[in-house]
Design a protein around this ligand. Structure first.
Ligand code: AMP
Length: 296
């Protein structure tokens, strides 16, 4: 497995692979890799001739009071995990390689970057779009793999690719969870024992919200959100940033319960900000009534 640190070398490898007719799958990450990341890597290996994984903690997607300087790092562990799989190269650029002195060209994603997580992280998605565009220009992948875990990010990236004419297919992979339902995240490492126990409430609340939506009894999303809010507040150490029920394509807030929808939430447990989401589809509604019919 090659370790590449410059854009030039990355482009040279990708051009060589393309000339040989090999398809490139790309998995961008910020490291501290866990099973969620590795599921993307496996999907890429499955779909493509070669897979490139990048590890880059992108400073432009962190706000001034956020955790850029203490973001979890595990270089040795990451290398071990990646080299156990059939990955062609790890792209490991330094900050000066991606943002050389005098760098000033940024992408602006518009209103889609100002809702949900963007309300409290105003420049986050501009930073994400900028770095993803730069990484795509370095790796030139046929396909790039992102996790549903960061649902708003997948919407922003799909829009970026469409509107900036990147010749890359975006593949969104399911959320990988711990056995108790907590979505895997590099930031889970910040949680102490008590906080870790409380964190289970995110997934519980999402399932509760989904059940309410599918029950047919709730017509308004506001009442579902209120019930989820009360459930979450029953857990210790939590502060709710937002609970929203939105459309999957444009992230518009829904007033009436309609399908498909995505329930998205951001919650602070102690000082750690965690996000999670669940897609609720009407076919699940029919699956539920089908199961009920079967029971009868
Ligand atoms: P990050 O290193 O947090 O920037 O994440 C890199 C990629 O891994 C992003 O596309 C994330 O959405 C994805 N990812 C992170 N956690 C999970 C998870 N639990 N399940 C699936 N994908 C994930």
């Amino acid at each position: 497995m090659q370790v590449i640190t410059t854009v030039k070398e990355m482009q040279a490898l990708s051009k060589k692979m393309k000339a040989e007719g090999r398809s490139i799958g790309f998995v961008p990450t910020m490291g501290a890799l866990h099973e969620g990341h590795m599921s993307l890597v496996r999907s890429s290996i499955n779909d493509n001739d070669i897979t490139i994984v990048s590890i880059f903690i992108n400073p432009t997607q962190f706000g001034p009071n956020e955790d850029f300087n203490r973001y979890p790092k595990d270089h040795k562990g990451d290398m071990k995990k990646i080299s156990a799989l059939n990955v062609e190269a790890v792209f490991l650029p330094g900050v000066a390689e991606i943002y050389p002195k005098g760098f000033s060209t940024f992408l602006y994603v518009g209103g889609i970057g100002g809702v949900l997580c963007g309300a409290s992280r105003p420049d986050h998605f501009n930073g994400v779009a900028t770095v993803v565009a730069k990484l795509f220009n370095a790796v030139m992948p046929e396909r790039a793999y992102f996790g549903q875990k960061d649902f708003q990010q997948t919407v922003v990236i799909r829009k970026l690719v469409k509107e900036m004419n990147f010749d890359t297919d975006i593949i969104v992979c399911p959320i990988v969870r711990e056995p108790d339902g907590l979505a895997m995240s590099s930031r889970n490492a910040y949680l102490n024992e008590e906080e870790r126990m409380s964190a289970v409430i995110l997934n519980k609340a999402l399932h509760y919200g989904r059940e309410l939506m599918l029950s047919g009894r709730e017509k308004q999303t506001s009442s579902i959100r209120a019930k989820m809010d009360a459930l979450i507040k029953s857990a210790p150490l939590v502060t709710i940033e937002y609970i929203e029920i939105v459309g999957p394509q444009y992230l518009e807030k829904m007033k009436d319960v309609t399908f498909p929808a995505v329930i998205c939430l951001a919650i602070k447990i102690g000082n750690t900000r965690l996000i999670d989401n669940i897609i609720v589809r009407s076919d699940e509604q029919s699956a539920v009534s089908f199961q009920q019919r079967e029971k009868m």
